[in-house]
Design a protein around this ligand. Structure first.
Ligand code: SAH
Length: 464
């Protein structure tokens, strides 16, 4: 982020605009919405600027800007549409130490003016650091449509009510009160009685919330999917947004954690580098402690919480402590990996079942029904199979699996750094070793990527 967004208090402060034509006018239309004092410097101002001056919206100085004019100015716009004159203004501003915007010239500007969606006092500023003005306009149009015009009055009235709302304890209680007002009760009252109806509505609503019983905490187990935030379910998204506490595993990506509220407590209980992960008993205790204190806890697990996620132990701990909990399913790594290579996990007349197995369990390399797995046509999704690749390969071949059975390894499925390695059982451990995998990887035994046939040894890594 080269440009850091802030909201500047310009009430009663001076802003200078150098220029009198379209570029100046475009900025003035935006600036006129603020409470700043505007002065335009132009020897030949546009008629609209003269009109704004006549109606007292701005002061007009009918000449070019001078060094002395910059004293006390908080911002300056160089909007002359004349390269030499604008450069002169930029130099004057720099000398005077006033922040300058050189219109349509990112490199010589100290600040840029965002696209604005105005529901005063709610203001949304959109910036693309000059990379995509068209995109900024599209986002603005979408926001203009989705943010009700009532938002301004709702927020205005609420502002004067904030001190009264302090009779509710800080945190969830107060937040629920405000979200009830903004999303449900307020808009309805505004539709019926306009701005005048809002104060009374707020009083009623506050009394209701003050008299409500204590908060009851819950734990929601949420499958965060394989990593791409767009693969979260809507329910998962909502739960994350509502959470007071988010307790997550190592494989949950930063893009997903970003969807939690800024004030939420985020606890990482996964392994960090070579440090050990938090013991299960401690995780259980953490869930119970936060929920018992009345907080909404989201326990975020990668993929689907019901697949190799030790879900039952945590649910049992909640049940034993009388904490209510629920589970929101997510997309498991096997589904994500299969989607990435364009293959089904089950196929008509070929394999009517699919196994999800783990490469190792608490006892070490995990034993399975190898004879069944080795049968032609079988498909198995192997989780945590990187380290156990040699063992898996040996066991399967020993039980009669064909050495040329297709195997596909999908590393970082659905993420920007996804890699797909297509190989055969006979080369599995060698190829996993060579691939030097650093991210989570799923081994799809019995499946080749749809377009892998063309790829011959030794080059089996393919980009999909
Ligand atoms: N509950 C998770 C699995 C947790 S076990 C789920 O349903 O997906 C962790 C293993 O899942 C990893 O070792 C890896 O084998 C697999 N895995 C998780 N995320 C993955 C991803 N984005 N790409 C490939 N494999 C992944």
């Amino acid at each position: 982020m080269k440009h850091f967004p802030i909201f500047l208090d310009v009430e009663g402060r001076d802003i200078a605009v150098s220029g009198g034509d379209e570029a100046a006018l475009a900025k003035l239309r935006l600036l006129a919405k603020s409470d700043a004092r505007l002065t335009v410097y132009s020897a030949a101002p546009h008629a609209d600027i003269r009109n704004l001056a006549a109606s007292g919206e701005l002061a007009l100085v009918p000449r070019a800007i001078k060094a002395a004019d910059l004293a006390g100015k908080v911002l300056v716009y160089a909007a002359n549409e004349d390269a030499d004159e604008d450069e002169r203004v930029v130099t004057l501003a720099r000398t005077a130490g006033v922040l300058v915007n050189h219109v349509d010239n990112l490199d010589t500007s100290d600040f840029i003016t965002p696209a604005v969606v105005d529901r005063d006092p709610v203001v949304v500023a959109i910036g693309t650091e000059g990379a995509a003005p068209v995109l900024a306009r599209t986002i603005k149009a979408e926001l203009e449509e989705s943010l009700s015009p009532a938002l301004g009055p709702l927020a205005r009235v609420a502002k004067g009510f904030r001190h009264l709302a302090k009779s509710l304890p800080f945190g969830r209680k107060r937040r629920t009160f405000w979200s009830d007002y903004y999303s449900r009760v307020g808009p309805r009252a505004y539709d019926k009685g306009g701005e005048a109806a809002l104060a009374g509505t707020l009083e009623h609503l506050l009394a209701e919330h003050v008299n409500a019983g204590p908060d009851i905490g819950t734990v929601t187990f949420v499958g965060s999917g394989p990593g791409d935030p767009e693969l979260l379910t809507l329910k998962a998204r909502r739960a994350l947004h509502d959470a007071d506490v988010v307790i997550h595993d190592r494989l949950v990506t930063a893009g997903i954690l970003d969807l939690a509220r800024r004030e939420a407590l985020i606890v990482n209980v996964g392994k960090q580098g070579f440090a050990p992960s938090t013991p299960q008993a401690e995780i259980n205790a953490l869930l119970v402690r936060h929920a018992s204190a009345g907080r909404q806890v989201v326990r975020l697990k990668s993929g689907d919480a019901t697949v190799f996620g030790r879900l039952d132990e945590e649910v049992d701990a909640c049940a034993a402590a009388g904490v209510s909990c629920s589970v929101i399913p997510g997309i498991t790594a096997a589904s994500a990996a299969a989607a990435s290579i364009g293959r089904s996990l089950t196929r008509r007349r070929c394999n009517s079942s699919v196994r999800l197995i783990t490469g190792h369990d608490v006892e070490g390399y995990a034993e399975h029904d190898w004879r069944a797995l080795a049968r032609p046509g079988e498909v198995t999704a192997i989780y945590m199979g990187k380290k156990s690749a040699r063992f898996l390969q040996g066991r399967l071949m020993m039980h009669g699996a064909a050495p040329d059975t297709p195997v596909t390894i999908v590393e970082n499925a659905t993420r920007g750094d996804q890699r797909v390695i297509a190989t055969e059982l006979a080369y599995l451990s060698e190829d996993i070793g060579e691939a030097d995998l650093t991210g989570p990887a799923l081994v799809l035994y019995g499946l080749a990527p749809r377009d892998a046939e063309a790829i011959a040894r030794p080059k089996r890594e393919i980009v999909l």
